[in-house]
Each structure stands twice: as C-alpha cells, then as structure tokens.
Design a protein around this ligand. Structure first.
Ligand code: CP
Ligand code: NVA
Length: 339
C-alpha cells in the first residue's frame, strides 16, 4: 500500500483497503507511542497548518502528530496570513508548496481545499470544511474498532444535522467500510440526494446499508453506536439557531435513546459538545431559548450531560484518536518507507 504524495481531501477519493490501511497504521502508531517508542520518520520535513476556523483537537493533533514524527510545524490562524484577503488560494498553494512538505487546511469552502490540493504540489490534508471532515472519521472508526474489534456490520446511527460535514463524512465512511448507517433527523436535514446515491452505489460493493428516518426510536433501536454533533456548525449564522432548535430539540440524545440501543452500545461525538452551562454559547442558548424549549434550559443541547458522562460514552478516547489517525495520514502521504 503506497499513499505517498496523495491529498487527503475526502474519503470518496480512497478505497476501502486504503482507509483500512490508515486505520491500522494509526493503531500501530498509537501502540508505539504508548510503549514510548519513538517514530521520528520525517525528521527533515516541515508542515504548515492553515486555519480559517477555530480548533482544539484538529490543530493539536496535527501539531503533536507532526512533532512526534520529527517534523517542524507552522500554524497560521484565521488572521495570520495573507490568504483570501490579499492573496488567492491558488497563489498561497504555490508559495507554501515550495516551502513545506505538507499543508493542512481548515476552512469554509471545499473548493478551497481542492484548489490547494491541485496547486500546492505537496500533500494537502482537509482538517474540516463546511462539507467534509474526513480525518475525524478515521478517529471515529479506530475507536469503534478498539471497542468492538471490527467495523463491517456495525449498526451505526447518526442523530442530528445529517447534512453537515460530520453527517456527510460518516455516511461516506460507513459506505466504504461496510457499516449499517442510519441517519436520524427531520427530512429537511438529510444530506443531498446526489451524495446519498453515491454512497448507495459504494455500498453495493461493501455490504453497507444507508437509511434515513425521522423516527428517533426506530432509528436507534438495537444499534451499536449512537453518534451526534452540534446543531449549528462553525460558519453558520446565529440566526439559524431558532429553526435548528425547533427541528432538532426533539432529537437530543438522552438516556431513553441510549437504552433503546443495544445494551453494549457506545455514545460518540466529534466534540466540542454542548452538555451543560459551562460554555458561553450553551449559557446564551439556555437563557434565550430555555422557556420555549425546556430540554435546553440547562445548556444541554444535542446530548445530555448524563449520556456524555456515562460509562457508554467514548468521546475522550475518540478525541485522543484524532492525534494517532492524523499522524498516520501525514506519515502515509509523506513517506513510503515506514513499514
Ligand atoms: N472534532 C474536532 O474537529 O474538534 P476541533 O474543532 O476542536 O478541532
Ligand atoms: N459540524 C461541526 C463539527 C466540529 C468538529 C462544525 O463544523 O462546527
């Protein structure tokens, strides 16, 4: 398996074998790290991280992953570079590609990460756009594999905004690796039919199934994984909270929903999660909308505090796995001699 010089922009570009290779490489790098075994395979290389949106996990995963591999790292934040303001993405790509061995991009438009990938001449990694979040799926699937020992045949339900970057990417990942994916949301929040159709095509080869329902008890019955994400994503205007709360507050993941799943079911979330009044946004939504939607009056939005703090929740194992999987993506695309 050789992924050297490949971009990592969407899982649609990768075969099931390639995705499984990255997950297995991540598990190996995680074990090596736990055993204190150094893996500085890329000590003469440098990477740059371009962030137009905020991040805790993705930024830190790229930084620690790169440092563990022996690389130098430059972080350019939302206000740190000329990109978009005085310089096009295409020019930025051609400049950075001459200085760095790899480029990470987190931003708004999928077209921007694609333009970087087309013009940089070095591997470009998608650290989240409005449409996709592919590195997150590797961490999620490594976590599921650690818990259940396999991915094929896992009954996986995503509850919430099913047409955001997470809903789209989890559906693609499930189609590629043969999971049984159910999206639970009101119809207005299902993915574009062209993407669903693409995933149904892929599923014919892999044994995956893809279904959508607005019935939360039907969609979570006896499943192995219940996954959710925020109701309003980065970059969306705050005016959408009103309609999103109306659509999604009935779909808050609570203990009743967890009990409807398989008794060994796990709860997953890409994080950050609103599960109490200990964030500015959680407090603000609770005070503004708590009377209209009593479920959110304690700042618990997409998931209750009880669920995220329960023994079924694997969210912090999942967050740690961001680092091991992102490290694997950088290693596999920058080197072909790490075996
Ligand atoms: N899950 C995730 O991408 O988290 P950050 O926004 O903190 O990077
Ligand atoms: N859908 C979320 C994912 C955050 C990791 C967002 O885009 O804000």
């Amino acid at each position: 398996m050789n992924l050297k010089n490949r971009n990592f922009i969407t899982l649609l570009d990768f075969t099931p074998e390639e995705i499984n290779h990255l997950i297995n490489l991540s598990a190996r790098l995680k074990k090596e790290k736990q055993e204190g075994k150094s893996h500085k395979h890329l000590s003469d290389k440098n990477v740059v991280l371009l962030f137009q949106k905020d991040s805790t996990r993705t930024r830190c995963a790229f930084e620690v992953g790169a440092l563990d591999l022996g690389m130098g790292v430059t972080y350019l934040g939302p206000n740190g570079s000329q990109m978009n303001k005085k310089e096009s993405v295409k020019d930025t790509a051609r400049v950075l590609g001459r200085m760095y061995d790899g480029i990470e991009f987190r931003g708004y438009k999928q077209a921007d990460v694609e333009a970087l990938g087309e013009h940089a001449g070095v591997p470009v990694w998608n650290g989240l756009t409005d449409v996709y979040h592919p590195t997150q799926i590797l961490a999620d699937f490594l976590t599921i594999k650690e818990v259940f020992g396999h991915l094929k045949g896992i009954r996986f339900t995503y509850v919430g905004d099913s047409r955001n970057n997470m809903g789209n990417s989890l559906m693609i990942g499930a189609a590629k690796l043969g999971l049984h994916f159910t999206g639970v949301a009101p119809k207005e929040l299902w993915p574009e039919s062209s993407l669903i159709n693409k995933c149904l095509e892929i599923s014919k080869e892999t044994g995956a199934t893809i279904t959508f329902t607005d019935d939360k008890m039907l969609g979570t019955k006896d499943v192995d994984v219940i996954y959710t994400d925020v109701w309003v994503s980065m970059g969306e205007p705050k005016e959408v909270w009103n309609s999103r709360l109306e659509l999604l507050s009935p779909y808050q993941v609570d203990m009743e929903m967890m009990k409807n799943a398989n008794e060994k079911a796990i709860f997953m979330h890409c994080l950050p999660a609103f599960h109490g009044i200990d964030t500015e946004v959680g407090t603000q939504i609770a005070s503004e909308y708590g009377t209209l939607y009593p479920k959110v009056s304690k700042g618990e939005l997409e998931v209750t505090d009880e669920v995220i703090e329960s023994a079924q929740s694997v969210v912090f194992q999942e967050a740690e796995n961001r680092m091991h999987t992102i490290k694997a993506v950088m290693l596999a695309t920058l080197s072909d001699s790490y075996e």
